[in-house]
Design a protein. Structure first.
Length: 218
């Protein structure tokens, strides 16, 4: 399923085929976030490593930098954001899980997640870096964390609206998980970290956001 908001595609399906890479300098992509981005529990660098493989296989000339920090909440991500994306062409932003479930990581236990994500989108744009923001995946089992997952749904709606207002591309990772044919529970390593299958879904979702919005070149 794909949605068109302010001319920007949100979705996780792409029909682009590979072509020969060019000799231009690679597009530098920095993935910013928490342990989900850093690849906690995986052996190969999580979704950013898988995304780089997909981009190269499709003929895109890219260089991926994983700037995920385990245990981080959005205030800390926002604070280090400009230094993390220095020299980048594209910034992938996937943050908010720890805000919901470990608010003690935030000042006065108030994370203001949306404000920090908006701040990062604005900082990237002002710095000449194209942001791509991801939605937050659910906790599992879903029923056990029902109230928290409702909060995630509400936050994701706000993230998507804020991104649309700024004409920022969205990788709807939650939607991709929910639409997974075997059910989203098989995509988790634990309560909230994706396993190898889950990271594959995340990578494909960000790949589609990059390709469909023509943010990467061949």
């Amino acid at each position: 399923m794909m949605f068109l908001i302010s001319g920007w595609l949100i979705g996780c399906n792409s029909g682009d085929g590979p072509t020969d890479p060019t000799t231009l300098e690679p597009t530098v992509i920095v993935a910013v976030g928490d342990s989900i981005t850093s690849g906690w529990g995986t052996w190969n660098g999580g979704y950013p490593a898988k995304l780089q493989e997909k981009l190269l296989a499709a003929g895109y000339n890219t260089k991926m930098i994983n700037a995920g920090v385990p245990g981080e909440a959005s205030p800390a991500t926002d604070e280090r954001f400009l230094s993390a994306i220095a020299g980048a062409d594209i910034a992938l932003i996937l943050i908010g899980t720890n805000d919901e479930f470990s608010p003690d990581l935030c000042p006065n236990s108030k994370c203001n997640t949306l404000l920090h994500i908006e701040s990062m989108m604005d900082k990237a744009t002002k710095a000449g870096v194209k942001p791509v923001v991801g939605t937050i995946i659910h906790e599992q089992p879903y029923e056990t964390y029902l109230t928290w997952n409702w909060d995630i749904d509400a936050l994701n709606e706000q993230i998507s609206l804020s991104a649309a207002k700024r004409k920022v591309a969205v990788a709807d990772t939650l939607l991709a998980f929910l639409q997974y044919e075997e059910g989203d529970r098989v995509l988790y390593l634990d309560r909230h970290h994706p396993n190898e299958k889950g990271n594959e879904v995340l990578a494909q979702c960000f790949f589609d956001a990059l390709a469909q919005n023509k943010l990467v070149r061949k």
